[in-house]
Design a protein around this ligand. Structure first.
Ligand code: BG6
Length: 484
């Protein structure tokens, strides 16, 4: 069975930084898959630009290598690969100089088709490129610009970036990627909440005890030391991915699944986040060495680093729906397993009718990765004689299994997001005010660290520092295990 695809019109996609890591690992393979699935129409063009002295043939060779490295062999087809490589063109362009922009104009189609500029470059080039595109007169109503985090490192720099982009582009033309929003299961969270009558009546403080959002990684900082050490887990993961997950979990039902309807609701959640005043509500950690694993400081090559590779915190959304319900967030590198999930812990039954046994609470877990799926833990009677003994069982819906039965594969987030850019659908992209509001909440937390003790050490392969466990223990709760 082939995937159902909504065809898009022919487009020009200009990728700045086309020889870089993101383009090779993610964009080129994503576009290949869209072509293989029949979504990229004839005449679509991908124009790579970078400083490297390549021609179209050289770029095609580089793209071909990227396909071999990052597309599973069974999905690589010689004919499709040939058709894909034929869509590619290349322009050598140093965006810091005024030269070359006219050549870019000369390469673009003139039939009024959508044209997207994908800035797969370091953020210091965002302003320069946006300005270059504007100066060369390349902004038409059908033009879009795509940027990806880091979108600033605090509120002031995020505002400056938004202002820079706004000089040449209307907000409706700006696509700010948070790749978590492109993940299938994250979209499924919206389907689960708003396409089922079952959960929404229970989705509030009356029935939910607390929410846990975990994005645990088993990898370390993987050669990204100089970047990561300047950023840390709070800016790298919490400000964007975890807060976006929190928004989708906590938001009110939008009237329609449309860009501003959804983004307005997410913004309201961000605005309802209570400032964190109590330092005990945030735990920072940094992995130390153990056995053969290097410490964070060794990997970052900064022996005095106080950058956090782990954060756990207790957030509160102060509105009618969520009053009194803690949202516990945690993320970290070099943890026990790679697990991303949102777990909704329902309240205990108000009264147990079974003498001497307390039913276990229901827990709805939305697993983003790996083993994408949804589980709901329920209390049932332990089968067999011996009185009314209760036990825990799990209703388990694995998306991977479902896909396997249909012969489909789980698409990468970038496949969905790039095609949404071409279609002009901003629903899964962050609006400028969301990004700023998220920074406005994060900034004071980071500022308070100036006078706080350094991050707590934790062992590679663990669940993070002890203090993170305490964050829940003191509330009489505990984290779910970080189990693969
Ligand atoms: C990125 C972060 O945004 O997300 C990385 O910069 C992190 O540090 C990555 O590893 C995690 O993404 P995923 O899709 O692998 O969960």
């Amino acid at each position: 069975m082939t995937a159902r695809v909504i065809p898009v019109d022919p487009f020009d996609l200009v990728v700045f930084g086309a020889t870089g890591d993101l383009a090779r690992r993610k964009l080129i393979p994503a576009l290949y898959h869209r072509l293989a699935d029949g979504q990229m129409p004839d005449g679509a063009r991908i124009i790579g630009t970078a400083r490297s002295a390549l021609d179209a043939e050289g770029f095609r060779a580089l793209a071909s290598e990227a396909l071999e490295a990052f597309v599973p062999a069974e999905a690589l087809d010689a004919d499709i690969r040939g058709r894909f490589l034929n869509c590619l063109d290349y322009l050598q362009l140093d965006v810091s100089t005024p030269e070359g922009w006219e050549d870019l104009r000369g390469m673009l189609s003139t039939d009024g088709r959508p044209c997207a500029y994908y800035l797969s470059v370091a953020p210091r080039f965002f302003g320069m490129i946006a300005e270059g595109i504007g100066r060369a007169g390349l902004v038409e109503p059908n033009t879009r610009i795509v940027v990806e985090k880091p979108l600033g490192r605090d509120l002031a720099s995020a505002r400056a970036l938004n202002a820079q982009l706004a000089e040449g582009f209307d907000e409706s033309q700006i696509y700010r990627i948070d790749h978590y929003l492109g993940k299938e299961t994250v979209q499924n969270l919206m389907a689960l909440r708003f396409a089922n009558a079952l959960f929404e009546p229970l989705w509030n403080a009356r029935h939910i005890d607390h929410v846990q959002i975990t994005v645990a990684e088993s990898v370390g900082i993987e050669g990204r030391g100089p970047y990561y050490d300047h950023v840390g887990a709070m800016r790298d993961m919490v400000q964007n991915h975890l807060l976006q997950l929190l928004c989708l979990t906590a938001m009110e039902p939008p009237a329609r699944f449309e860009p501003d309807a959804v983004r307005d609701e997410k913004l309201k959640v961000l605005r309802a986040l209570e400032p964190i005043d109590d330092p005990a509500d945030v735990v920072r950690g940094q992995y130390r060495a153990n056995g053969t694993a290097k410490s964070y400081r060794e990997e970052a090559e900064n022996p005095d680093s106080t950058t956090e590779s782990f954060v756990a915190l207790r957030a509160r959304v102060s509105n009618w729906r969520w009053s009194g319900v803690p949202f516990y967030l945690r993320t970290g590198k070099r943890l026990r397993n790679r697990v991303s999930e949102i777990a909704i812990r329902f309240r205990d039954v108000p009264h147990s009718i079974f003498p001497g046994v307390a039913p276990l609470p229901n827990m709805l877990a939305i697993r983003l990765q790996p083993d994408e799926g949804i589980t709901l833990s329920m209390t049932v009677k332990d089968p067999g004689p011996g009185g009314m003994r209760l036990t825990d069982t799990t209703l388990d819906m694995s998306f991977a299994e479902r896909l396997a039965t249909t012969g489909m594969r789980m698409p990468d987030a970038y496949e969905r997001l790039v095609m949404d850019v071409i279609r002009g659908d901003q629903t899964l992209f962050m609006r400028g005010d969301e990004v700023e509001t998220a920074w406005g909440w994060i900034d004071p937390i980071i500022a308070a660290w100036q006078s706080a003790p350094p991050p707590r050490p934790y062992d590679p392969g663990s669940s993070g520092p002890e203090d993170a466990l305490m964050l829940l223990h003191r509330d009489g709760r505990r984290w779910r295990e970080i189990e693969a």
